[in-house]
Ligand binder design. Structure first.
Ligand SMILES: *Cc1c(COP(=O)(O)O)cnc(C)c1O
Length: 377
């Protein structure tokens, strides 16, 4: 294959990141302590409109810490959106709790408030209400937070918002990650901004985030020696990663604009094709359009989404199926599920197209040529 690879979503550095890293070296703040950590935390809280943010080594670690802060015990039930990446729910298993998976609805592809209510009613009947609800804003599209928060508040259950894919997404100007008791961000290499790897926990509860920092640094009690009375983790972000993050967050608005432009590009290219559908933004919703996704109706297009993926792969263009729902994963075979196969259908018909903020016009032309070839034949 001589054509260079076009990636689904690759890191995209600005100019300030390397300068910050050089500064961290020059001042010898190399460890998980230092000025960039504090600055990145302040900047994130500012941007998302929360009282505080704690930076850690991954989004998965942030979800794990949120579960610990809520006080999850073995055998507790935890509600989680089924249509997601496994990082949303692996921490449920770390704590030996039991996930209950909730289907998506068609307006946002995220947690269906009706299925959530149905699950909570069933749990209430058994006298065993879930201890937390994990809702996800997939591909940057905000979930129906107004409805979900109303239901959660009605039952008195804390909400963890997995905004790993939704930094830069808003509902009526309010940032994803700022609605729930805890919000989670990821700065993994494929996300809208990256620190090489990393994550953050957002909250208006400053005491809880102080505890998160304590748990993330091996839960050292106050003492001149090393004294421990709780399980802790080595989860804190390094000052080097935070130095990159500070630079990346400064140009997030450009990254969001570029990703949204990608989505417009695909819509314009394919809108004449009745077999292809996109996910529109509900009124008041702003998606960062982290990944541009299409649903393919093979009866109308003559090609399945998997055949399209294989075709693009042969041209060295990376695309990816939508997330396989968690209740269909072997890992979660015994978990309960509430819904009506919306997520399953999305998985069976959907494809994520190359969506990097650093796609060049030449790369877009290559992709456009292939999509035109496939859909005109
Ligand atoms: C990336 C991602 C995570 C996990 O983040 P990491 O930083 O990779 O641990 C969790 N949930 C969703 C929806 C994600 O896309």
């Amino acid at each position: 294959m001589d054509k260079p690879k076009i990636y689904l979503s690759s890191p995209h550095m600005g100019h300030q990141e390397l300068e910050n890293v050089k500064d961290a070296f020059a001042t010898n703040w190399i460890s998980p302590a230092g000025p960039y950590i504090n600055q990145f935390e302040d900047d994130l809280a500012d941007y998302c409109g929360t009282a505080d943010a704690a930076v850690v080594q991954s989004g998965t670690a942030a979800i794990h810490l949120a579960l610990r802060l809520i006080g999850i015990q073995p055998n507790d039930k935890i509600i989680c959106q089924t249509f997601t990446f496994v990082g949303s729910c692996n921490p449920i298993l770390y704590e030996k709790a039991h996930p209950i998976f909730i289907d998506s609805e068609e307006d946002t592809w995220n947690m269906c408030p009706d299925a959530l209510e149905q699950a909570l009613k069933a749990c209430q009947k058994e006298g065993d209400l879930p201890k937390a609800i994990i809702v996800v804003h997939l591909y940057g599209m905000p979930a129906k937070m107004k409805q979900i928060m109303a239901i959660a508040n009605n039952y008195g259950i804390p909400v963890i918002e997995d905004a790993a894919e939704a930094l830069g997404s808003f509902i009526d100007g309010k940032a994803c990650g700022s609605f729930g008791d805890f919000g989670v961000l990821s700065f993994n290499g494929n996300k809208i901004i990256t620190t090489s790897g990393g994550g953050a926990l957002l909250s208006n509860n400053k005491t809880a985030l102080e505890k998160a920092r304590f748990l993330a640094t091996q839960a050292k009690d106050q003492a001149p020696h090393y004294q421990h009375s709780q399980i802790g983790y080595n989860y804190r972000m390094s000052n080097i990663a935070a130095a990159i993050g500070v630079g990346q967050l400064n140009i997030l608005h450009e990254r969001v604009a570029a990703r949204r432009a990608n989505h417009d590009f695909y819509m314009e290219l394919l809108q004449g094709n009745s077999g292809i559908t996109f996910l529109p933004e509900p009124i008041g919703y702003t998606s960062n359009r982290w990944l541009s996704c299409i649903l393919v109706d093979p009866k109308k297009t003559g090609i399945t989404q998997e055949e399209l993926r294989v075709h693009l792969e042969k041209e060295n263009i990376e695309s990816r199926p939508l997330w396989k729902p968690m209740h269909l994963q072997p890992l979660f075979a015994s978990a309960h599920y509430f819904g009506s196969q919306v997520a399953e259908t999305l998985f069976k018909t959907g494809l994520c197209l190359p969506s990097g903020s650093n796609l060049t016009p030449e790369q877009k032309q290559r992709i456009a040529n292939q999509l035109k070839t496939v859909f005109s034949s």
